[in-house]
Design a protein around this ligand. Sequence first.
Ligand code: FES
Ligand SMILES: [Fe+2]
Length: 371
Amino acid sequence: MSAPGVYADLQAQRSCWHPVAYGHQLGDKPARADLLGEPIVLWRGPGGEPRAMSDLCVHRGTALSLGWVKGDEIVCPYHGWRYAADGRCVAIPQLEDPSRVPARARVPAYQVQERYGLLWVALAEPRWPLPDVPELEDDAWALVSAGPYRWRSDAARQVENFTDFGHFPWVHPGLLGDPARPVVPRHEVRTEGNVLHYSIVRPEAPNTDDFPVFGNEQVSPPERRSRYELHLPYTIVLRLDWGGQRGMVYFFAGQPAVVIQEFENTIFGQDQVIVESQRPDRVPFDLAAELHLKFDAVAVAYRKAMRAHGLAADPSAPASPGGPVGRGGSFPVPGSVPEQGTAAPGSVPEQGTAAPGLPGQGATEAALPDS
Ligand code: FES
Ligand SMILES: [Fe+2]
């Protein structure tokens, strides 16, 4: 199925934070998610603390997510074994003394945190903290979520599409780009640890009647400045501004969230057709595999950084530290993710993370300044 080459190494990505669900989707009942091919169960402790562990009961492999929560324990629906938050089985009702649990009766528990309205899980000790996006935790900004968008591609294809400036006038004419101005402005990428920084002032389409989402006044020709942080492997924070801060705040004061959501749905739909047609469906991280020109600087920096950090590897190479490169990692629940153009005005916001693995899936969150 897979051509030889360098692809995303899902094993290496176990030690990264990944969004697996919106926080509001997890209530009193356990929920399941798949992360990097691993079935996980999410549930909440008595104080609402999120918990994440393997979704396979050690007894007979039953999905714990079909069970229920009792106090700070999750109960398997098949024989009622109870597991504590650290994954230890603490009660086996079939025993004379249910507390005499063998030491092997436990399931892996994973680190989980709830931030920016999302549940983030790391399957192994995370190498990097979550990105800081203070706007998403600031009540002065309104949060608009869009997605998740599930694509039949890997997450890296989706991330690269988000970072690709050259396609705007072609794929999103009149919405994100102006076909009369297709030249990609110069931009430079600065890589610091696992974060790529770059910004660009680029030509943009004027607002349309359908999607009056941009903060620019109708000056012609409009431009907008986008400041990106791409946090390896799949999270992008994009801050946008059009220059006139006050005008933007006013512009968005009465903007209903649905306009922005429908705009994102349209943009993501346009991108989906393109990205799902790409072959190989996974990003080949070997720089010789595709043709890069100067304006593809971000993709080049991304591919280099992913390899440098061991997040992409050649599975056929004996020295490869990671396990098999699978295509797993679907998120039935929203990975949060990114796409350009969340018309977040004012100088900020839009944060996203791409869910790893296949299918590609994304959601966007835009924080908009409240009036
Ligand atoms: S399968 Fe879970 S308790 Fe038996
Ligand atoms: Fe796009």
